[in-house]
Design a protein around this ligand. Structure first.
Ligand code: SAM
Length: 229
């Protein structure tokens, strides 16, 4: 699959948008060039230490949207290798523009369904995993479409090294009510809440994206942080 291809057929059904406005000429060139160079093969294990050798730490961002958080964190932490996975072509194009604009060499991105990619990633590969404001699918009948499920949660726990951190944020009550019990029951994950309200503050190192600042949900954002034990 090239970076310009949609997530491959035969894989799981992807809910949500894979494409938006037509790409600008620059975005298309980035997708065809830099994007293809930064992605990795569908059938190869996606090991961040092989994709970005020599980094002190590795972080994974699932569903990075317009990439403000991914690019912002990569700028702040040049010694950390960032892997970003996003099926929405226009989001990938924005990430590539950010990588080029800031001359970043510590980011690899792929247009893909993260559910497929996390299955092929090695145990303990990451120090941090971010799942920020995943598509909420607030209706109960769509709960199976939500990214956090017992199976994906097990993979996220497996991918973290001991002491590593998983951050899941949402501003939709139905999502928090759905995700928190699953994450609490996932072996190897320990909730880091240190008080009833501690999950309501933006973490000090957080970067607010345009999506978050639109306040589309029905509650103030909550940040569920889990440590790999
Ligand atoms: C509501 S947006 C939030 C974007 C970004 N995280 C932010 O906070 O600004 C959710 C994102 O998750 C992406 N997404 C949905 N399903 C996904 C999947 N299976 N794997 C990876 N990303 C996914 C969507 O394409 C979308 O960009």
């Amino acid at each position: 699959m090239t970076q310009a291809s949609p997530p491959r057929p035969g894989a799981r059904r992807l809910y949500g948008r894979a494409k938006g406005h037509p790409l600008t000429a620059r975005q298309q060139a980035l997708v065809d060039g830099l994007g293809a160079a930064l992605a990795w093969p569908d059938d190869a294990p996606a090991d961040p230490a092989a994709l970005l050798p020599g980094c002190a730490q590795y972080a994974l961002e699932i569903g990075f949207g317009a990439a403000e958080h991914l690019i912002g964190q990569a700028q702040r932490h040049p010694g950390t290798g960032f892997i970003g996975i996003e099926p929405f072509l226009n989001g990938v194009a924005k990430a590539l523009a950010g990588i080029e604009d800031h001359g970043l060499t510590n980011v690899r991105v792929k247009r893909a369904d993260a559910r497929d990619e996390i299955e092929r990633m090695p145990d303990g590969a990451f120090d941090r995993i971010y799942l920020l404001f995943p598509d909420p699918w607030p209706k109960t009948r769509h709960a199976k479409r939500r990214f956090v499920q017992p199976d994906t949660a097990r993979h996220l726990a497996r991918l973290l090294r001991p002491g590593g951190l998983l951050r899941v944020a949402t501003d939709v009550r139905a999502y928090a009510d759905h995700a928190l019990p699953i994450l609490l029951e996932t072996p190897g994950l320990q909730w880091r809440a240190d008080g009833p309200d501690s999950w309501r503050d933006n973490p000090p190192d957080h970067i607010i994206t345009r999506y978050q600042s639109k306040h589309l949900g029905d509650i103030e954002p909550v940040f569920m942080e889990f440590e790999r034990v």
